[in-house]
Design a protein around this ligand. Structure first.
Ligand code: AMP
Length: 221
């Protein structure tokens, strides 16, 4: 039985990161978030971080070649027999094509793509209420997944913050980038017959069960 090799696709704020972390623990796979990877570079002040900071904080996509090289390098370090979840990558058709080529070279093609969907109004409400731990990246939501103590991470005691790109004006730019550049991937993967729809408009535990059911089915194939 092949380990699941998955993409979590969908607009920001639909719970992909939360579910990727839960599935990583549940199915013993690696979860790689392109946004987390870039934010770590920015936080550490690396040359790459300096190069991408402007794009990330304004809500624009970073250039394809740059992000593709970051993610393919990271994938190259995964053990070949380990399943994985890519959260936030690919986000454009050229990225998807480069990923397919990289995975084919490794002999580890995708098992499936889970497409998370939610109405734009609800996305904006969710994103503006999102808080992340500045230390361990755990994600909270003041509406439906609040921390036990205000402003403090349950997991590590770190300080919770709002991402600069989670402010309402930047969210509009991110959603526009999604519509223009990422929506074509729905068709791209649907044509390949590997797209599975996830209704993200449910409490995290319900979404978790639906996502786990899809992955369990893919694993059983
Ligand atoms: P996320 O945490 O997935 O919402 O990503 C935060 C930001 O990182 C995005 O708004 C982009 O600026 C950048 N980013 C993350 N993944 C990608 C990607 N696959 N392609 C281009 N830019 C990306």
């Amino acid at each position: 039985m092949a380990p699941p090799r998955l993409i979590f696709l969908g607009p920001p704020g639909t719970g992909k990161g939360t579910q990727a972390a839960r599935m990583a623990a549940r199915f013993d796979v690696v979860a790689l978030s392109s946004g987390d990877a870039l934010r770590a570079e920015i936080r550490n002040g690396t040359p790459l971080g300096q190069q991408v900071n402007e794009y990330v904080s304004s809500g624009a996509l970073v250039p394809d070649e740059l992000i593709t090289s970051v993610i393919l390098t990271a994938i190259g370090k995964f053990p070949a027999d380990k399943g994985f979840i890519l959260d936030g990558f690919p986000r454009t058709v050229p990225q998807a094509q480069a990923l397919a080529a990289g995975l084919a070279e490794r002999g580890t093609p995708l098992s499936g793509v889970l497409n998370f969907s939610l109405e734009p109004q609800k996305i904006i409400r969710r994103i503006t209420n999102r808080r992340i731990c500045s230390n361990c990246n755990a994600t909270y939501n003041l509406l439906f997944l609040p921390p036990e103590r205000e402003g403090v991470c349950d997991r590590c005691g770190g300080t919770l913050m709002q991402r600069v790109d989670d402010r309402e004006d930047v969210v509009a730019t991110r959603l526009a980038a999604y519509e223009e550049l990422t929506v074509p991937l729905v068709e791209y993967y649907s044509t390949q017959g590997i797209l599975h729809e996830i209704d993200a408009d449910a409490p995290p535990d319900v979404v978790e069960q639906n996502v786990a059911d899809v992955i369990a089915e893919l694993k059983g194939r």
